[in-house]
Design a protein around this ligand. Structure first.
Ligand SMILES: [Zn+2]
Length: 103
């Protein structure tokens, strides 16, 4: 949800400053917030990562055979798939940070 920052801080995504009075994206219960632009970018990265592979391909990529997949619970499958997607997004963000540091 979008809120107005009451305190100065750092964006959880890009680590740049967030100023008091700036509109930021914040999840209720979270201690961190993000620039609205950074949040939109993360959402786009997740959408791209989700569309890049099928769930079956993600499980195979993790080393599960078709037989093994059928023994997993829906929750286990969901966790493995979510972890795979998170990793894909994290890798893009890390590569961007390294490029900024080295560039
Ligand atoms: Zn940011």
């Amino acid at each position: 949800m979008k809120i107005t920052a009451k305190f100065a801080g750092k964006c959880a995504t890009c680590t740049e400053k967030i100023a008091v009075g700036e509109t930021v994206e914040w999840q209720p219960g979270s201690r961190s917030s993000q620039h609205v632009v950074c949040h939109a970018r993360i959402e786009a990265l997740y959408a791209t990562a989700r569309a890049a592979m099928t769930d079956a391909e993600r499980l195979t990529d993790r080393g599960y055979s078709v037989d093994e997949v059928t023994t997993l619970s829906t929750r286990e499958r969901g966790e493995i798939i979510a972890e795979h997607i998170n990793e894909a997004v994290t890798n893009v963000l890390l590569a961007e940070r390294m490029a900024r540091i080295n560039g």
